[in-house]
Design a protein around this ligand. Structure first.
Ligand SMILES: [Zn+2]
Length: 260
């Protein structure tokens, strides 16, 4: 079984516009359309069995999109594992709906949503997520282009990890995209997992192996960052670089977290 723990899609009528804005703002370039059918095709071509979908809500009123995301599990025949989104200005009570909507957790993007992860106003959201057994996926580190990203600096996650030891926190891009000299303090927290999204070709292979070794292979998850990356190409890179250790990263760790 192959599982991608990091993909982005949008409703058909919005996908092109949203990705266009992200290309402009973050310096990323799409490899595919960010639609449901395009994701299912990319997964199918590369032989994947599941993909976790991570929405980012840039406005509080987008909270209603969680109904669409929640329905993806069923409309994809169980292939997609949807997470929801929440905006810092939404009530933490919005999370009460997540279990019945079929949402396994939430994605938070500090730069896009303009908040510091260790801002006390976020703590009621983490508290509620922890109580409901929902996971939190954070964008971590810099963006593909632009100045260093202060909102998602790796040390900003330390108070979250220490204050909510039962909250499963997934820090993308091995804890901080292009901030890998600052991620080591995150590794001792057993409630933290780390994904490989957007790393192939962007990180030195020796550094990648060293970070995975220091985190521990049981807390590293494969992610693509679809539609900005292609499933087949990311898979080939991770298989080549990790060798026999890839089974943990490509499925076992995700199966354990998602209780598949
Ligand atoms: Zn992403």
């Amino acid at each position: 079984m192959l599982i991608d723990f990091h993909a982005h899609i949008y409703q058909d009528d919005a996908a092109d516009k949203v990705i266009g804005r992200m290309e402009e703002y973050y310096g990323v370039r799409r490899r595919h359309d960010a639609t449901l059918s395009s994701l299912l095709k990319s997964i199918g071509r590369a032989g994947f069995d599941r993909a976790v979908v991570l929405p980012v809500l840039t406005k509080p009123e987008h909270i209603s999109l969680n109904h669409w995301y929640g329905g993806l599990g069923e409309s994809s025949g169980g292939v997609l594992v949807p997470f929801g989104g929440i905006h810092p200005d939404n009530s933490p009570d919005e999370l009460d709906l997540f279990p019945e909507l079929g949402l396994r957790g939430m994605k938070l993007q500090p730069n896009a949503q303009r908040f510091y992860p260790d801002d006390p106003r976020m703590f009621p959201i983490y508290e509620k997520a922890q109580a409901l057994g929902l996971m939190v996926v954070f964008h971590a580190g810099n963006e593909a282009a632009g100045p260093p990203a202060e909102f998602s600096r790796p040390d900003r996650f330390l108070p979250v990890l220490s204050s909510f030891p039962k909250l499963t926190v997934i820090l993308t891009h091995l804890g901080g995209y292009k901030a890998w000299d600052k991620v080591q303090p995150l590794f001792p927290f057993k409630n933290a997992c780390f994904d490989t999204a957007y790393l192939p070709g962007k990180i030195d292979e020796e550094l990648f192996l060293d970070l995975v070794e220091r985190i521990g292979i049981n807390r590293v998850l494969f992610g693509t960052d679809f539609p900005f990356r292609d499933h087949g190409e990311e898979l080939a890179w991770v298989e080549r670089v990790l060798g026999h250790k890839d089974a943990n990263v490509l499925h076992e760790n995700a199966v354990r977290l998602l209780k598949l």
